[in-house]
Every structure is written in C-alpha cells, then in structure tokens.
Design a protein. Sequence first.
Length: 74
Amino acid sequence: MKCPGCGMDMKAGFLQTVKIVAFNKTRHKISMTPKDEVDTILARKALTGTDFPGFICKECGLVVFDYRNDLPRL
Ligand SMILES: [Zn+2]
C-alpha cells in the first residue's frame, strides 16, 4: 500500500491497543462517549485489548488501519 501522505511503500502490521481507543471530531477531555456523528469508539476492550490490521509509513508517521475488522488479542 502506498502512503497517502508521502507516496512511499507502507509496511503491513497490526495496530495494537490495550485501552479504549476513540476517533473524535474534537478532543474529549475525560469521557470517550461520542458527542458528534464523526465520533467513533474504535476499541473498548480495556481488559483484553484489540488488534487492528493496517499499514504504517516510517517516513512520515502515518498509520492506516481497518477499525471494522479488529482481531481478538492472541
Ligand atoms: Zn508517508
């Protein structure tokens, strides 16, 4: 996959988390509860964690991952 930022080849891998992860339109100070239609809880498995297949660009730092196809932690 080509990086949408710089066009270099991205490396496949997994974005792994052990906490709640959210994408929010604005920065929430405390709660990750969605406030806007853009707001999306990506992972809420605080005890087991979540792994997402994706790609990383080591040149510019972008990470692209598929939040709808998360995997159970090994
Ligand atoms: Zn890049």
